[in-house]
Design a protein around this ligand. Structure first.
Ligand code: 5GP
Ligand code: ZN
Length: 302
């Protein structure tokens, strides 16, 4: 068993994660959620100076807007779509017969208007664009969503369904870069406040297919994405628990986000992988929050 799988098994044995029978899909205990809630509240406190507008979304988003986002170009293997039965009574009888006899009953399922949200900030850009040109200072949004990625794994830090909290900056390129730099500068402080060994590095996104490596290389060369890496499942290969992204004018152009002078807005976001951070805390401080270092408990109001 890998280091990561062993850690997952320990979390399950301790009752912190509740098995559903699907890898990467877990229920969580009260103790797990208390740590999550403390972390969530702390993220609100450290972001208070952003004076961000709060937006919260359900775990699913508009399929048309998802298609326009280009996610399927980069990560078709990770996307989760929502399909539904749309047949008549005859087709319903056939479906039930398939279930009863253990045959595939999903063939007749039709795509709905919704897909599972792949990253918390995706739903907000079209909403912002619909308001018209941004105010002179741009906008900052505090967003949270359950996100889905189809990557079943026995590493508990690689979930299929997880919460992502983000601060998102929309404005001139210099506004977005200043925002991202400020959060990158804070990264060591965040690691220290949580008592976690954390390093920042350029990201390595799993872009799909033959062109994927080119996309990943270009992303790294342009310094578009950094990550806060902390050992969670595996001691040797630390896990990305936060990301610091600069999308340039990608979403601005796709969604028609404009600045008062008519130019296209740039965007960037800082994302917190909530379950990953909670599991990092359990990994490094043990499974009983009452015994954690006093400074960490104070940070998380535990
Ligand atoms: P990104 O869009 O940069 O891949 O994801 C943003 C953040 O969400 C990551 O830095 C990470 O903390 C979190 N995240 C991404 N994928 C997963 C996953 O499979 N499981 C969990 N728990 N968090 C993830
Ligand atoms: Zn984002």
């Amino acid at each position: 068993m890998s280091d990561a799988a062993a850690f997952g098994a320990e979390l399950i044995k301790a009752g912190l994660l509740l098995e559903t029978g699907v890898p990467g899909l877990y229920g969580r205990s009260g103790t797990f959620e208390a740590v999550h809630d403390g972390l969530d509240a702390w993220i609100t406190r450290i972001g208070v100076a952003e004076r961000a507008e709060i937006m919260r979304f359900p775990p699913a988003m508009n399929r048309k807007r998802f298609e326009a986002s280009g996610y399927m170009r980069g990560f078709p293997q990770l996307a989760g779509t929502i399909h539904c039965f749309c047949g008549d009574e005859r087709e319903h009888r056939a479906l039930l017969a398939c279930i009863e006899t253990g045959q595939d009953w999903t063939a007749g399922q039709k795509a709905t208007d919704a897909v599972l949200t792949p990253a918390a900030c995706y739903p907000l850009y079209p909403i912002l664009a619909a308001r018209g040109p941004l105010p002179p200072g741009g906008a900052t949004i505090d967003v949270m969503s359950w996100c889905y990625r189809h990557e079943p794994s026995d590493d508990p830090a690689r979930l299929q369904s997880f919460r992502m909290r983000e601060y998102v900056r929309i404005g001139r390129p210099e506004d977005v870069l200043e925002f991202r730099q400020r959060w990158l500068d804070q990264a060591p402080v965040i690691g220290a406040a949580l008592g976690l060994p954390a390093l920042t590095d350029l990201a390595n996104d799993p872009f799909f297919g033959r062109t994927g490596k080119l996309k990943a290389d270009s992303q790294r060369e342009q310094g578009l994405k950094f990550e806060l890496l902390i050992p969670v499942g595996s001691a040797e290969k630390p896990t990305a628990c936060m990301s610091f992204n600069y999308h340039q004018d990608l979403f601005g152009t796709l969604c028609g986000l404009t600045l008062p002078d008519g130019s296209t807005a740039h965007t960037g976001c800082v994302g917190f992988g909530m379950e990953r951070l909670v599991m990092a805390l359990f990994r490094h401080h043990g499974f009983t929050p009452a015994t954690w270092p006093a400074a960490v408990r104070a940070t998380l109001s535990l």
